[in-house]
Each structure stands twice: as C-alpha cells, then as structure tokens.
Design a protein around this ligand. Structure first.
Ligand code: PLP
Length: 224
C-alpha cells in the first residue's frame, strides 16, 4: 500500500461510523497520486483550478465525481459545466446564474453550495450571513432550474484558537438550519454542509459537517 492509500484509509476509518463524505482535495498533485486514491476506492475529488481539473478529468476514470472547491470566475464556468458534480464555493448570484446558464447548455443540473464568509480574514470569499439572507429572500434564484442549491460551504479562520473555529462552524450550522426552514423545507435536497479541512475537520464534524475537504492529510504537502 502507498502512503497516499494508508492516509486515505486512516481517514476513511475515522469516518466509517458517520455519514460524513470525504472530498479528497487533489489540487497541485499529479494524476499518479489521484490514481492511487482511486485504486483504494476514492471517487470524490476536489480541485480548485479549472484548467487543472479539466486536464485531470480528461485522463482519469469516468466514474469520478469532480467537485470544484475553489473560487470560480464566471468566465470559466463553461469549461466545467459539462461534467462537474458539485460547485462548493458559489459566492454571488451572478455566478449562480452563469452556472445555471452553462448547465442548461450542457443539458444538466449542477449541484451547488453557497459559500458563507465567517472567517476573520480579508482574503476569504463568500456571502456574509445577512447578504445570503437577502439574496435568498429576493427569490431571483428560484427561476434557475439548472442549478440545485444543496447546502452551504465555509472555511474557518486559519488559527490555533480551537474555540474560534468551533464558533465559526457553529454559526454556519445555525444559518444552515435557519435557511433550510425558511427556503428549502419543501425540498429534500438541501442537505449538505461542506466544512472542515486537514487542520480542522474533526471540529467541523463535531459541529455538523456532512462533507469534509481534505488534501494535505491524504496527499502530503503541495508543491506550488
Ligand atoms: C486546498 C483546499 C482544501 C484542502 O486543504 P488541506 O489543508 O490541504 O486539507 C479545502 N478546501 C478548500 C476550499 C481548499 O482550497
């Protein structure tokens, strides 16, 4: 067994009594490493650059679910719309509309998560909780039939302060419950909370994550 496969199995073993799904974040890693994970049974891969995901999608087996987890520019949606399984970081209505348009062209419906900005960092994208409330209340999004809003996604602050990380994930979980009741109670598809990375996935699971996005703990450090 390779190191990648050992790391993957250790993590899957930790998840086995939960319903938490694992997105193996393979950005910056060569396809050989993705193949090792694939051979060990992994089928959900997360990437954050369009060209890189396209290139890997071209050569990897077709039963993989490709999750786009990075910041997505509207002008690049068209490249991934024909095959992407889920887009995690939808941070504007404009982007959601473009995904809808390109998904329709590809005769598909694309699963999306709305990104919530909770981290105390300038650089993180996403809707502030009140922006998200306003966007959903305005109901423009309801006319989009080629995107399916599956839940929320967030990134916690990169800090050693465990309490702060707990609080940020808690905030997003509460917002998720609130929005579910207000806007999605007649649908059974608003089910996902994408929270947690290598450093904070345990906290995220404690706070209700349904999907963790783990890279370095599986594939090792990235070479940028
Ligand atoms: C890179 C990345 C991850 C994975 O980070 P690790 O610390 O390597 O687990 C998760 N989520 C997003 C949005 C990322 O860009």
């Amino acid at each position: 067994m390779t190191t990648t496969q050992e790391n993957l199995n250790r993590l899957l073993n930790e998840l086995k009594d939960t319903k938490v799904k694992l997105v193996a974040v393979s950005k910056y890693h060569p396809v050989e490493m993705l193949r090792e994970a694939y051979d060990a049974g992994q089928r959900i891969f997360g990437e954050s650059h369009v060209q890189e995901m396209d290139a890997k999608h071209d050569v990897m087996p077709k039963d993989i679910e490709w999750h786009f987890i990075g910041h997505l520019q509207t002008n690049k949606v068209k490249y991934i719309a024909p095959y992407v399984a889920m887009i995690h970081a939808v941070d504007t209505l404009k982007l959601l509309k473009e995904i809808d348009k390109q998904a329709e062209k590809a005769s598909r419906t694309v699963d999306c998560l709305l990104q919530v900005h909770v981290a105390k960092e300038e650089t993180k994208f996403g809707f502030l909780p009140n922006e998200l409330r306003t966007m959903l209340d305005e109901e423009d999004w309801k006319s989009l039939h080629h995107v399916r809003i599956r839940g929320l996604m967030c990134m916690a602050t990169n800090t050693d302060n465990q309490e702060q990380i707990h609080e940020e994930f808690k905030t997003v979980k509460q917002l998720y419950e609130e929005l579910k009741v207000r806007h999605f109670c007649h649908e059974d598809s608003f089910t996902e909370l994408s929270m947690g990375m290598s450093e904070d996935y345990k906290i995220a699971i404690e706070e209700g994550s349904t999907m963790i996005r783990v890279g370095s703990l599986i594939f090792g450090a990235r070479n940028y």
